[in-house]
Design a protein around this ligand. Sequence first.
Ligand code: B12
Length: 432
Amino acid sequence: MRQSHKLPLVGLLLFSLISSQLCKICEVNEENVFRLNPLLSTMINSKYISGTQTANVLLSLKLVGVQNQALIQRLVQQLKDNVERKVSNLSSGQLALIIMALGACHTPDETIIYDYHLIRHLENKFAVEIVHMETHNGNPLTNYYQLSLDVLALCLFNGSYSTAKVAEYFTPKNKNYYFGGDFSVDTGAMAILALTCVKRNLVDGKIKTDTEDLRSISNHIELLVKKILSEKKKNGLIGNTFSTGEAMQALFVSSDYYQESDWDCQQTLETVLKKISQGAFSIPTAAAQILPALMGKTYLNVKNAYCANVLGNFSVSTQAPVTVTPPNSHSNILVHYSVRINKTYSINVTVPNGSVFLDVMEEAQKMNKTLYSFTMEESSWGPYITSVQGLRANSNDRTYWELLSGGKPLSQGVGSYVVHDGENLEVRWSKY
Ligand code: B12
């Protein structure tokens, strides 16, 4: 009699284990691994303009088990120089990424973290972010994507942080998850990874806590998962092309919070593979952020002792990454360019076919320096516009220069977005 009661229970347990496994099994199979080559070429053949780009690439390559020691050592050395020269100039999230890249998969370079006391530096930077929020109307020094990276790195590498503060600040109601009213999928995904790490440590008893904190962290994950799933598009992308990799990672680690039928992971995977073949991930950071999920890995695997898999023996290809060659690159095109602050200043600009947004801005600046002057800073995603007409973006008041085409926000930066004949381009003074 007792047996018969237990059997369905065991069956149910097995079923739930299998079904939650099924949600996770969604990675490129061996026959399709060659379709990832453009990502690897982009990462490997790039010049690494910033330490953050190097950290993103190293973290990604280590997680998928690329064993090329010469390459890995070159990247490690760059990060070591970076922390030696300017740890105090790094933002909290930049340092968190460097720690995760150096510490991934228990390789010998993990010692750099301890030699340079990087965890202590990160604890201080995270504390400064919290103080900044408390004194600046809830605005962090950087953003919630970086605060999530901070918590994730502190959690993975046994740094100290307050679980009560994490439970308080990471509520999905917090305005920092939203840009201009829209939920930021990248930010929500990174927060799920961080909160899942914290939750696992609490459940394993690695940190003592109030059960109330555990309950609210679990509720936050549940709500964030709902928000991420509501950003799923018909073709399977989650948010946009560039947030999908991180959203996949978040969904891999949170499969207890949704049904298998809520997400067709295979469809997402297939669409991403198509995007790769179209050259969508031509920036090293973009390639680095999408790759781990395609191999079934997440940033929570950073603490795995062994990361190698089918990509272990990947040999470095010197073949150029996929680039989309513009047709008729000798002819010129005409675009309409505007700067909008309170009023709109417009100009028609002629540029060679195949030009990017930045070429248009440079041409307009040449034509009228007073109205179209601008400044930019290099970042891990390419050039970031910091000021136009001398008006500077500032995270204390959540202002930035938004890029639009035909009145719609672009999902690429000025260095990557290829402009079209007759297009209406705009940089708009906006609040996020
Ligand atoms: C926070 C954030 C912002 C903030 C940045 C200010 C702040 N307070 O931090 C705001 C809301 C202002 C913003 C603006 C834009 N963003 Co943004 N942003 C992010 C986010 C969520 C996190 C960035 C971060 O902190 N990374 C971690 C740290 C450690 O790395 P970092 O290199 O030091 O970070 C800096 C740069 O990333 C820079 N930055 C932020 N966004 C962008 C976008 C571009 C194109 C560039 C060159 C730089 C840049 O600001 C960060 C802080 O200083 C990422 C998501 C992601 N997956 O990376 C998107 C992301 C980088 N942004 C993106 C985009 C498209 C934009 C905009 C072009 C949107 C628009 N239509 O105007 C603008 C940039 C316009 C410009 N002026 O050049 C895309 C880039 C995709 C691509 N292929 O280029 C991403 C990946 C989001 C997405 N999934 O679409 N962004």
